[in-house]
Write a protein that binds this ligand. Sequence first.
Ligand SMILES: C[S@@+](CC[C@H](N)C(=O)[O-])C[C@H]1O[C@@H](n2cnc3c(N)ncnc32)[C@H](O)[C@@H]1O
Length: 374
Amino acid sequence: MKRSYQQSSSSGSFGPPKSKSRHNPDGDSFLEDESTKIFAKKVADHYSARTNQTLEEREASPIIHLKKLNNWVCKTIKSVLIQLYAKRGDAVLDLACGKGGDLIKWDKAKIGYYVGIDIADGSIEDCRTRYNGDADHHQRRKKFTFPARLLSGDCFEVQLDKALADDAPFDLCSCQFAMHYSWSTEARARRALANVSSLLRPGGIFIGTMPDANVIVKKLRAADGLAFGNSVYWIHFDDEFSEKKFKSSTPFGIKYKFHLEDAVDCPEWIVPFHVFKSLAEEYDLELVFVKNSHAFVHEYMKKPEFIELMRRLGALGDGNQDQTTLSPDEWEVAYLYLAYVLRKRGQPEQNRGNTRRDKGKMHLEKEDITYIRS
Ligand SMILES: C[S@@+](CC[C@H](N)C(=O)[O-])C[C@H]1O[C@@H](n2cnc3c(N)ncnc32)[C@H](O)[C@@H]1O
C-alpha cells in the first residue's frame, strides 16, 4: 500500500487534509467522506449542465468574441502537446475528456484507439454524438478514423485498471484542464496518479494542463482582498485563507472558486506543482517538462513546425510571429495555466505492433457507454 504523503515527505511535515479522506488500511483503494463526493458532484453537475450548443447558438452568445479567445489558449496548448507526443497508431486515454473537444486533434495525429472518460454524463453523451459525427448538420462534424470507447465515472475515485483491463496498456494519457479537480484530498490525487500509472505502458507519456498554483497564489497575495480577476475571470478564496498563507503540511484541499466568463463556474483546488511532481514519482511517473502557458506559447510560436498550426488557430494576428490576437485580459487568463509532460518509467517493448483496431467501435450507441459508479 502507498504511504500517506506525510510519511513519504522528507521533511515529515506533509500530511493529508484534516477530515476529508482516509486510506483503506486493507488494500490499495482509497476511501472518501461525503463532503468530497458532494464537491465532485458539484463539478459534474456544472459541466453536465453545459449541454451541446449548435453553432448558431454559440455564435449568438453575447460574449462569443471572448469565448473564442478563451478557446484559443486551450486549443493552442493542447494542439501543440498532442502534435508533439501523439504517434500514429497510439492507444490514447483521455481522462476528463469532456465533450470530446480534442477528437479532431487526435484524428490529425492518426491515433489507433481512443478511450474517453468523464464524470459528467451530459458531456459524455455530447462526446458520443460528436464522435459519431451525427450532430446537427449545420455543424462541421466528421467521422473519425479511430475506434473509440466512452465511460462515465469519477476518474479520481474509481480504480480504473479494472474497468479498462481489456483496453490497457495505453501509449498516451491526456488530462486537459482537469487534474486540479483531483486535488481536493490526498486520496483523490493519489487515485488519479495511480490510475494514470497503472494504465500507461512503460515509456508511455502523460500530457496535461492545469492551473499554475504559483501564479494564482502570487495574484492572491497581490490582491487587496481574497478575490482577484479581470473582465474575463475571477478567483475567490474563502475566509479560511485570509492570511494568504498555505502550510506545506496541507498541500491538498486548498479550494477556491473559479469563474471564467461563460465557461467555468465551480470549485477548484490548488495543485502545488512540486507536490504533484513528487507524488507522481511515487507512481513511476517522471517529469519531462513543465511550463507556464505564456512561456509555452512563446516557445512554440517561434518554431517553424508550429507556425502553421498557430496561424490556423488564429494565434498570429496579422502574421507577426511575436503578436497574438489576444486581449491583455485574455493573455492574463492564459497565464493562470501550465502544461506538463510526464513519462512512465521503464523501457517500452521492442516491436510493439498496433493491435488496437479490434478494440472499441466506430459508431457508439447510447448503450455502448460504460457507467462506472463507486
Ligand atoms: C475544463 S473541462 C476540460 C474538458 C476537456 N479535457 C477539454 O480540455 O476540453 C474539465 C472536465 O473535467 C471533468 N471532470 C472533473 N472532475 C472529474 C472527475 N472526478 N472525473 C472525471 N472527469 C472529471 C469535467 O466534467 C469536465 O468535463
